[in-house]
Design a protein around this ligand. Structure first.
Ligand code: FES
Length: 106
Protein backbone atom coordinates (compact mmCIF):
# COMPACT_ATOMS: atom_id res chain seq x y z
CA UNK A 1 0.00 0.00 0.00
CA UNK A 2 1.01 3.57 -0.58
CA UNK A 3 -0.81 6.68 0.57
CA UNK A 4 -1.42 8.94 -2.45
CA UNK A 5 -2.93 12.44 -2.43
CA UNK A 6 -4.62 14.12 -5.37
CA UNK A 7 -4.95 17.91 -5.07
CA UNK A 8 -7.72 19.42 -7.15
CA UNK A 9 -8.25 23.15 -7.62
CA UNK A 10 -11.31 24.44 -5.72
CA UNK A 11 -12.06 21.00 -4.29
CA UNK A 12 -11.04 19.01 -1.25
CA UNK A 13 -7.87 16.95 -1.52
CA UNK A 14 -8.41 13.22 -1.92
CA UNK A 15 -6.06 10.85 -0.09
CA UNK A 16 -6.26 7.11 -0.64
CA UNK A 17 -4.32 4.04 0.41
CA UNK A 18 -3.59 2.44 -2.95
CA UNK A 19 -2.69 -1.20 -3.49
CA UNK A 20 0.72 -1.96 -4.98
CA UNK A 21 0.57 -2.77 -8.69
CA UNK A 22 -2.39 -0.55 -9.54
CA UNK A 23 -1.63 2.44 -11.71
CA UNK A 24 -2.34 5.92 -10.40
CA UNK A 25 -4.95 6.29 -13.16
CA UNK A 26 -6.74 3.11 -12.03
CA UNK A 27 -6.77 4.28 -8.43
CA UNK A 28 -8.14 7.67 -9.49
CA UNK A 29 -10.89 6.35 -11.75
CA UNK A 30 -11.92 3.69 -9.22
CA UNK A 31 -12.62 6.54 -6.80
CA UNK A 32 -14.11 9.04 -9.27
CA UNK A 33 -11.40 11.62 -8.80
CA UNK A 34 -12.53 14.58 -10.92
CA UNK A 35 -10.87 15.37 -14.27
CA UNK A 36 -9.05 12.02 -14.52
CA UNK A 37 -10.94 9.93 -17.04
CA UNK A 38 -8.55 7.22 -18.24
CA UNK A 39 -10.60 6.80 -21.40
CA UNK A 40 -8.21 4.42 -23.17
CA UNK A 41 -7.79 2.18 -20.15
CA UNK A 42 -4.08 2.88 -19.95
CA UNK A 43 -2.95 2.04 -23.49
CA UNK A 44 -1.43 5.50 -24.06
CA UNK A 45 -3.90 6.81 -26.60
CA UNK A 46 -6.02 9.41 -24.80
CA UNK A 47 -3.96 11.57 -22.39
CA UNK A 48 -7.05 11.91 -20.14
CA UNK A 49 -5.07 10.71 -17.12
CA UNK A 50 -2.75 13.74 -17.06
CA UNK A 51 -1.40 14.87 -13.68
CA UNK A 52 1.26 17.23 -12.43
CA UNK A 53 3.54 15.38 -10.05
CA UNK A 54 4.54 17.36 -6.99
CA UNK A 55 8.00 18.89 -7.51
CA UNK A 56 9.53 16.94 -4.65
CA UNK A 57 8.38 13.62 -6.06
CA UNK A 58 8.96 14.11 -9.77
CA UNK A 59 12.68 13.17 -9.79
CA UNK A 60 11.94 9.96 -7.91
CA UNK A 61 9.71 8.51 -10.64
CA UNK A 62 10.84 6.39 -13.59
CA UNK A 63 11.84 8.26 -16.73
CA UNK A 64 9.18 9.23 -19.26
CA UNK A 65 9.48 6.97 -22.31
CA UNK A 66 9.06 8.20 -25.89
CA UNK A 67 5.43 7.08 -26.22
CA UNK A 68 4.35 8.86 -23.06
CA UNK A 69 6.36 11.92 -24.08
CA UNK A 70 4.48 12.08 -27.39
CA UNK A 71 1.08 11.73 -25.70
CA UNK A 72 1.94 14.42 -23.16
CA UNK A 73 1.85 16.90 -26.05
CA UNK A 74 -1.87 16.11 -26.48
CA UNK A 75 -3.20 16.87 -23.03
CA UNK A 76 -6.21 19.17 -22.52
CA UNK A 77 -4.30 21.33 -20.08
CA UNK A 78 -0.88 22.29 -21.41
CA UNK A 79 1.91 20.08 -20.19
CA UNK A 80 4.35 21.34 -17.59
CA UNK A 81 7.79 20.20 -16.49
CA UNK A 82 6.31 17.76 -13.96
CA UNK A 83 3.54 16.41 -16.19
CA UNK A 84 2.97 12.66 -16.33
CA UNK A 85 0.30 10.33 -17.61
CA UNK A 86 -0.88 8.60 -14.49
CA UNK A 87 -1.66 5.35 -16.33
CA UNK A 88 2.09 4.91 -16.77
CA UNK A 89 2.93 5.02 -13.06
CA UNK A 90 2.46 1.83 -11.07
CA UNK A 91 2.10 2.15 -7.34
CA UNK A 92 4.98 0.81 -5.28
CA UNK A 93 5.63 1.13 -1.54
CA UNK A 94 8.30 3.71 -2.39
CA UNK A 95 5.56 6.06 -3.57
CA UNK A 96 4.03 6.26 -0.10
CA UNK A 97 3.26 9.96 0.45
CA UNK A 98 3.15 10.88 -3.25
CA UNK A 99 1.27 14.08 -4.07
CA UNK A 100 -0.33 14.76 -7.45
CA UNK A 101 -1.97 17.95 -8.73
CA UNK A 102 -4.91 17.40 -11.05
CA UNK A 103 -5.02 19.71 -14.09
CA UNK A 104 -8.42 21.37 -14.43
CA UNK A 105 -9.41 22.55 -17.93
CA UNK A 106 -10.84 26.11 -18.24
S1 FES B 1 -5.45 6.42 -19.68
FE1 FES B 1 -5.23 6.93 -21.79
S2 FES B 1 -3.21 7.69 -21.89
FE2 FES B 1 -3.47 7.23 -19.79
Amino acid sequence: MARITWKIENEDDVTLDVREGLTLMEAATDHDIPHIWGECGGCLSCATCHVFVDEKWFPLLDRIDDSEDTMLDMTDVERARTSRLSCQIKVTPELDGLVLHVPVPD
